[in-house]
Design a protein around this ligand. Sequence first.
Ligand SMILES: Cc1ncc(COP(=O)(O)O)c(C=O)c1O
Length: 370
Amino acid sequence: MNLPSFKLERYFAKYEFNTEFLLCSSDCEAMSIADLLTFEEGAAEKFQNTWLGYPESQGSLALRKEVCNLYTTTQPENILVHTGAGEAIYLFMHAMLKEDDHVIVHSPSYQSLSQVAKGIGCQVSPWIVREENDWALDLNELRHLMRSSTKAVIINTPHNPTGYLMSRADFDELNKIVQEEKVLLFSDEVYRESEYDPATRLPAACDYGEHAVSLGVTSKTYGLAGLRIGWIATKNKKVYDNMAGLKDYTTICNSAPSEFLAEVAMRHRQKLIDRNLGIIKHNLTIIDDLFRRHSSRFSWVRPKAGSMGFPKLLKGDIEDFCDKLVKKAGVLLLPGSMYDDFGNHFRLGLGRKNLPQAVVRLEEYLSKNK
Ligand SMILES: Cc1ncc(COP(=O)(O)O)c(C=O)c1O
């Protein structure tokens, strides 16, 4: 297995813990364990008494029951808890794909969604989204990309990095196509429940049938990345069993304290959603104003969901711009080249409380560097 470096993660590794303003984070504002435990009477004491033996490999029953509330047709035995969404992506690909299988991947994407399949030796066709189409996936393109050797379609909506949210009609149709073609749908839904209009929330893919696997995590919408708790939900027993079998070779089971905290978080997830959407919506007004004031320098397709957007720098080279901005002004933006996008875009994070201060710093830099 040949995996090149994970560009985005290496870029963050360089700057994440030494830069004053992270203006490109994909996760929402986190909180302390103490604050999370105030959500529920008695939770602090229960946390202290958490047993530190090995927990259940598939995730505690209590946590899996809470996760089931995200879906309409799943049972706890359909949920397999992982160490973050990252582990689940890695294990899904290894469990279900082999050399020369064909895979179709929403692109640009979070790198592991395509790279792990490539590393296994799969033929990977990017299903490319374009700014001029508001970053929308085109189902006709999907039909053309399908081959007899296609084993899986990988999508991510709400989308990292564009904030694109598929329409309900398209999502219904996508599920129909995938079922007709008898391939798997791996649906990365880690930004689900962060739709700016809750009426636009899509059903989870796993509720459409056995062809689908839904991916979730506490990191993004719920702002609890430090828990490192992710999961897949699927009614496909083969996928579930194969992934569970591989997990015995990676983490075996998850951290018991994290599972307890994730259970509390998921029981009160509406509180977390309201808090984090409040931050995002406030930040969006600030970014709207910023881009209005600097319309000759930036343009964007305003996101419909999630904690990020993918604006375009209209003058200059984006890599150079981001490099100077972080070094001279202490503001981190993520150049689109980290996603192999060469359209001069950059990722802008919307989920952090200090975005207003970061924007002031960015604007000072812009005024000095016209
Ligand atoms: C689309 C997508 N999937 C999966 C992940 C991995 O999530 P985690 O780091 O919590 O494992 C990320 C993280 O940025 C992501 O954006």
